[in-house]
Design a protein around this ligand. Structure first.
Ligand SMILES: [Zn+2]
Length: 71
């Protein structure tokens, strides 16, 4: 549950995700449509790297050339 002190600040937003950081509880809020996932700062940094690795593997194995992200 979010505490009343929470004032998350948007650090990044795009068409697919809003990423907010809450300085009060030191949590990252990932909002994708109606879903919000909250995780610790440490978890977020690990998760972001895991997503990048997953994207790399997806591109290598399955993605059509038109979907490939230039990295
Ligand atoms: Zn908070």
């Amino acid at each position: 549950m979010a505490s009343r002190a929470c004032k998350p600040e948007t650090i990044y937003e795009s068409n697919t995700v809003d990423i907010q950081h809450c300085p009060d509880c030191k949590m990252i809020h990932l909002t994708m449509g109606s879903i919000t996932v909250r995780m610790s700062e440490h978890h977020f940094t690990q998760f972001a790297q895991d997503m990048s690795k997953g994207l790399f593997e997806f591109n290598a194995a399955y993605a059509q050339p038109s979907l490939r992200v230039m990295m």
